[in-house]
Design a protein around this ligand. Structure first.
Ligand SMILES: [Zn+2]
Length: 318
């Protein structure tokens, strides 16, 4: 069964994709660290090289364990990223479809709005030669489909395009574009693409979206006729389609994940390095006293150690 390849209408935009609301995860366990004392903080001391350093923390001192959490976080970012990107990559390296249908390119101008279709036939043929997909164009007036009510709901162009497709084409190799205008000649238009199932490997969502955005812009610009808009969009699509298109519905969220990672990973790595540096930090007790070793002159903590960590000399308590 054919299915929509996108569409749009004047006044509204081309509908493409939803948003993605990412949330970043924080690596800290809620403990605040600082190089300066602050309210509620305990003091810790550690050696860095030959110097005695202090760090202040207000919560349980987490010597390690957070490194593991950070690695898990980074790994999940990578997994999410690869998972999101993989289907987008699949879009590439397409091959021409071996369509077994009779080629008879259909341009049906029921709304009587096309002026010159010679060039349009040509770009349709070029597209067929490149892809094996048979493009078709049908123009209609809004009354053709709006009055086809189902219950209280007015008909949709999408439903009309579906039935127009199945009536005309018994295969799944066609790509029908329906362009609809107002009966009274008022401004405004609607369009809908309907693609057969066998066109999917080449006319991917990424390709159909890229084409749809371009076509819709052409229709809206007023610069082109209806056929001119299609010619321009097909001339863009045909040379590119077998190379594949990025699917922005997939790439978009992946880029958000990358952006989040770019911000959070350095922070997490920073926390990890900081934790590593403080790994040997010990709690400072009020009766401790910083002094220098009588033997080697390097810093020692009286009350906390009985031997100098550098030369092993005895360190008196006071
Ligand atoms: Zn010493």
């Amino acid at each position: 069964m054919p299915h929509s390849s996108g569409g749009g209408f004047h006044g509204g935009g081309f509908h493409s994709g939803g948003g993605f609301h990412g949330s970043s995860s924080s690596g800290g366990g809620g403990t605040r660290y600082s190089n300066r004392p602050f309210a509620g903080a305990n003091r810790y001391y550690y050696y860095r090289g030959r110097r005695l350093r202090y760090v202040y923390a207000d919560g349980p001192y987490n010597k390690d364990g957070s490194g593991f959490a950070i690695i898990i976080t980074i790994l999940s970012f990578l997994i999410i990223f690869i998972g999101l990107l993989a289907p987008g990559i699949k879009d590439f390296n397409n091959e021409k479809i071996d369509s077994k249908s009779d080629i008879g390119i259909v341009i049906e101008d029921n709304a009587n709005i096309l002026e010159d279709t010679d060039e349009l036939y040509k770009v349709f043929e070029d597209f067929y030669d490149e892809t094996g997909i048979i493009p078709a164009l049908l123009t209609v007036k809004h009354s053709e489909w709006k009055h086809v009510k189902i219950g209280n709901t007015s008909g949709t162009l999408s439903r009309y395009a579906y039935s127009a497709y199945t009536k005309r084409f018994k295969d799944e190799y066609h790509w029908l574009i329906v362009y609809s205008v107002d009966d009274e000649g008022a401004e405004g238009f609607a369009w809908e693409g309907m693609q057969g199932n066998y066109t999917d490997p080449v006319l991917t969502k990424g390709a159909a979206d890229a084409f749809g955005r371009r076509l819709h812009k052409n229709f809206e610009s007023g610069e082109y006729s209806v056929e001119g808009s299609l010619i321009e969009a097909f001339e863009y699509l045909t040379p590119r389609i077998l190379r594949g298109f990025w699917d922005f519905d997939i790439i978009g969220p992946a880029l958000v994940v990358v952006a989040i990672s770019v911000v959070t990973v350095p922070i997490l790595v920073g926390v990890m390095l900081k934790n590593k540096r403080f790994k040997n930090a010990k709690k400072w007790e009020p009766w401790y006293k910083e002094d220098v070793c009588e033997e080697c002159g390097r810093p020692v903590v009286k009350g906390a150690m009985s031997d100098c960590p550098f030369c092993g000399a005895y360190v008196p308590r006071i």
